[in-house]
Design a protein around this ligand. Structure first.
Ligand code: 2RA
Length: 337
């Protein structure tokens, strides 16, 4: 029989998606424990025909737990992740708390699964789930990077409300109705109108003028590719879309990479589908990838501003809650089976 698992932050958008993904993929758990704050303790969920009562997360929650999937914010991960590791639990953490810590694997299974080589069931460990915009970008960029080393990557993201949580999704819907009804939009989450608008990502802006979301893409790419020299720059924008991110990615390679070869590579890449129909102007959209596992890539074309086929532009869409968070984490857990 399989591992005992715990879901930390089960009431949140990603927590709920953990359950969906575990069920969709028939993850062979022996037992499952649903953990959340004191405020949510007692809440009941029916999962796979069994009723579960949400338990309050405490230091005692991890006794006998083999794998804990965390998505309850960085402070909860910092407080309880090490406690779980002490109990012998493998923690797969969706927060940014440990992503850049030396020795903590930062893993996209299809991209750098070998980073999990020292993580085994029965021996407590921390494993970090990368940021959603990093996962979605690298699912498409890495297969190309493996063929013709990427020297520089320029990313513009168009990020969905789901990245800011379920409340942001609800507020986007509310604002959209209010605006259409000629009412003043309710602005509690972002303090500015979101419906029919877009704005620079809500993450704090750092002294270098980049926001934290953009620096995650820069730093996480270097760690995941194990390449401290790759040049990455990003501009992250929040757009009025519910749950899938879109990203425009410009790549500069060390050696030529023809667009047709790139398209063939991506067609064979795990977890990627190519939607690249120029004649019909049909390319990836957030709606089309929503609630799906695969990342979609299109607009594959030579970057004509670069000499000798050393550059490509691509456009990528991926579900932020699924492959951008819950699916990737469950796939990491599957590597332990
Ligand atoms: C966002 N990447 O989309 C964040 C979610 N973790 O805001």
């Amino acid at each position: 029989d399989g591992p005992s698992i715990a879901v930390v932050g089960v009431t949140g958008a990603v927590g709920q998606e953990f359950l969906s993904v575990l069920s969709d993929r028939s993850f062979p758990y022996r037992s499952i424990k649903m953990l959340a704050s004191k405020r949510s303790a007692g809440k009941k969920y029916t999962f796979e025909d069994n009723e579960y009562v949400v338990e309050e997360l405490t230091g005692e929650s991890f006794k006998g737990v083999d794998i804990a999937l965390f998505s309850a914010g960085g402070s909860i991960s910092k407080e309880f992740g090490p406690v779980a590791v002490e109990c012998g639990t493998v923690v797969v953490d969706n927060s940014s708390a440990f992503r850049m810590v030396d020795g903590v694997p930062l893993v996209i299974p299809e991209v750098n699964g070998d980073a999990m080589k020292d993580v085994k069931l029965g021996k407590g460990a921390l494993v970090a789930n990368p940021n959603c915009s990093t996962i979605i970008c690298l699912m498409a960029a890495t297969p190309l990077h493996r063929r013709a080393k990427v020297l520089r990557m320029v990313v513009s993201t168009y990020q969905a409300a789901s990245g800011a949580g379920a409340a942001a999704m609800e507020e986007l819907e509310l604002q959209t109705r209010e605006v259409l009804e000629g009412k003043r939009p309710t602005c509690n989450i972002f303090k500015q109108q979101y419906a029919f608008n877009l704005f620079s990502h809500n993450a704090p802006v750092l002294p270098n003028g980049y926001n934290e979301e953009e620096m995650k893409l820069v730093k996480e790419t270097r760690k995941i590719w194990n390449d401290k020299d790759v040049k990455v720059t990003a501009t992250c924008i929040r757009v009025p879309v519910m749950r899938a991110h879109a990203e425009s990615v410009n790549l500069q390679f060390a050696s030529p990479l023809d667009e047709n070869e790139a398209r063939d590579i991506l067609k064979k890449a795990p977890g990627v589908v190519v939607i690249d129909d120029r004649a019909s102007n049909r390319f990836p959209t957030p709606l089309e990838v929503s609630n799906k596992d695969d990342v979609a890539v299109g607009r594959i074309r030579q970057d004509e501003s670069q000499d000798g086929n050393h550059g490509l532009d691509i456009f990528v869409c991926g579900d932020q809650i699924r492959k951008g968070a819950a699916l990737n984490a469950v796939q990491i857990a599957e590597m332990l089976l």
